[in-house]
Design a protein around this ligand. Sequence first.
Ligand code: LLP
Length: 431
Amino acid sequence: MICDNLSIVNGQLHFAGQNTVTLAKQYGTPLYLLDEDYIRRQCRVYKAAFQKHFGPGAKPLYASKANAFRRMYQIMTEEDMGIDVVSPGEIYTAYSAGYDLSNAYFHGSNKTDGDIAYAMDCGVGCFVADNREELLAIEAECARRGTRQQVLLRLSPGIDPHTYEAVATGKVDSKFGVAIETGQAEELVLFALELPHVDLAGFHCHVGSQVFGEDIFQRAAVIMLEFIAHLEHTHGFKTAQLDLGGGYGVAYTEADPHLDVEEKVAEVAAAVKKTCTRLGIAMPEIHMEPGRSIVAAAGMTLYTVGAVKRITGYKNYVSVDGGMVDNPRYALYKSAYTCYLANKMDEVQDFAADVVGRCCESGDILQPDVMMSASVERGDTLAVCTTGAYNYSMASNYNRLPRPPIVMLHHGESYVAVRRESFEDLCRNDM
Ligand code: LLP
């Protein structure tokens, strides 16, 4: 099976050691499940790999855009993980969960003055500034408060990560960061160094997401370190921190490779150390920001099958009680997923159907051409695997559909971490 937290017992799909058919009955569908033990394991794997290969100061930061809600930030506190946040909403959620925001890095390519002030109110440790206007706004807010702010500058190393276009972010013409190649990055560094309330601690880059390319991170690291060495040799500026962003790919189907996190971190560390030696610079403190690779495989979404439409001579549709509202990734990116008929795992899977959602759109497709048992019928439980990243965090209320709850699975127990939205929740802000 595509992840080691899946198994089949008596023809039924089990996830994190628990029967998904039973969970669907107990909590109702659609239902997000999250394997808490898997999330904690991934955090520990990253942390151990960072300490081992980059040394004591190095740290992984959970990119909370992948899946953000209070319990997740509590788990990050308990696992002693840094985090990356991108909005005042994420900051508020983390803050209200008791997360110590001095361990947070605040991203985003267009932070408003209000965002900047709010992040400072909440004690966010480091801002990742994207552009000149933002540096000025940070400087102005600090001047008003009489404080200083640690800042990293986001650079674009000019690398094509060979992932889908919507998530490729490190190319020279990207909307994110400032390009090294054009000389604008160097100009901005010199500008930042003149700002009295800005402490420039180093640099950040993020080449993209769902990246499998063999040496993408090593190439990004080399480009960043060459820039860092140039700054040191030309301007005497010593870089304290280098953040190489997130992006490691995860296996959604059997066709995807499985990346070994420890091995990947070791490869990047080897390239970083070798390059620092070649360039005659000290190794900065290294950070990375994994999101998907920490939570994606920890997730599963359960649905109940409704209409099964067999259009003779054409195709088949299996409709479920959720869809693009709780998982817009196929509609947006044509993302592949593995789906199972959770209560009929032992039956021959010789029936091909598009698994579609309940929204009033032909594009509301969760996954085309899924093979399943021909006995599929109303009431069956359909599981979509690997939905822990960018599903709940990208969910909407289109068609006035309430968002599903998140149920955490931990040591053989289950508990609600986010409750199901009610109709009243949908109307909460209606005057
Ligand atoms: N750091 C920065 C600055 C980022 O922009 C991102 C993701 C990450 C870290 C985490 O990357 P990860 O390890 O999760 O790949 N909605 C898209 C993914 C967008 C990713 C945006 N940035 C999807 O559903 O595939």
